[in-house]
Design a protein around this ligand. Sequence first.
Ligand SMILES: NC(=O)c1ccc[n+]([C@@H]2O[C@H](COP(=O)([O-])OP(=O)(O)OC[C@H]3O[C@@H](n4cnc5c(N)ncnc54)[C@H](OP(=O)(O)O)[C@@H]3O)[C@@H](O)[C@H]2O)c1
Length: 333
Amino acid sequence: MSTTRQIHLASRPQGWPTAENFRLVEVEVPELADGQVLVRNTAMSVDPYMRGRMNDVRSYTPPFQLDRPLEGGAVGEVIASRSADRAVGDTVVHGLGWRAEAVVDAAATRVVDTSLAPADVYLGALGMTGLTAYAGLTAVAAMQPGDTVFISGAAGAVGSLAGQIAKQRGAARVVGSAGSPAKVAHLLGLGFDAAFDYHDGSVAEQLAVAAPEGIDVYFDNVGGEHLEAAIGALRRGGRVALCGAISQYNSTEAPVGPRTLVQAIGKELTLRGFLVGSYQHLAGEYATTMAGWLATGAVRFDQTTVHGLENAPAAFLGLLRGENTGKMIVSLD
Ligand SMILES: NC(=O)c1ccc[n+]([C@@H]2O[C@H](COP(=O)([O-])OP(=O)(O)OC[C@H]3O[C@@H](n4cnc5c(N)ncnc54)[C@H](OP(=O)(O)O)[C@@H]3O)[C@@H](O)[C@H]2O)c1
């Protein structure tokens, strides 16, 4: 019987996770049951939501189990199949990342076309990440042409796409915030009209300079001070897509605020949380639209790639610290 490598959850973090919370383990590859395929993963995704799954709390996804492999988006090649629906050689996306090889129910895989885009793009721009940006902006925040749009976490995977989609959809002005001068420059290069580094001072003050007339839509990846400032800057009838709150994921203290929330009444604001999984009905429309934008160069998609399964924990920790521009991918080739 052959063996394969996996990353297991060794312990649960308190506050910021560390390398000690993960363990690289060699295990035997189980026999395939009827309807299953063996996938050699070529790339896996690390995502902020995985931080929540490291905690032993009930959420919209179950917690990772101690001494068991972590899970998450992955893409790879079918190398053995006991399913009539999947052939050896198919490239498939599935949910069992954090391992070199995965035994997956064929029904839980989706075949992707690598003649249209490299396989790992289906973990980002043509996958869950891109759909999050598109659904959040168009369906959740109901962005309209002429809107002024503010996006936090703007140099990240979801944020950088959300900003570019807003421009394609006729936003009058798109403002982004990110965590370094290099990322600010990068956003301006992507076509954002203004951008600022949230370390440079108050978010509210910097947003007031970047969008002096106020904003109509806020795409929130960060929560905390960003959300508070955006509520203050929103114009009457403004809309917020509550996508993520990464400023709070490693916090050991209860967050405060947003202290500006009372303004939602007078300005008749809508603040709406969402999960990308509830917007799968837009996946087809999104894939066609984004493939077109990528093909013409209207939208650019950046990746930060870390190589090797053994470096997946470092990639994840780096993502939480902001070491990525665009999508953080772990290449397993
Ligand atoms: N609702 C959904 O269905 C859904 C789906 C996917 C993702 N999300 C959420 O969307 C957000 C973005 O996800 P992503 O996959 O695109 O990750 P990402 O933005 O590519 O990576 C995370 C980024 O967060 C930034 N960050 C870290 N700590 C921060 C802080 N204290 N304040 C401000 N920014 C901070 C870092 O960039 P800087 O250098 O700029 O700090 C880092 O690069 C996350 O909140 C995630 O949970 C939600």
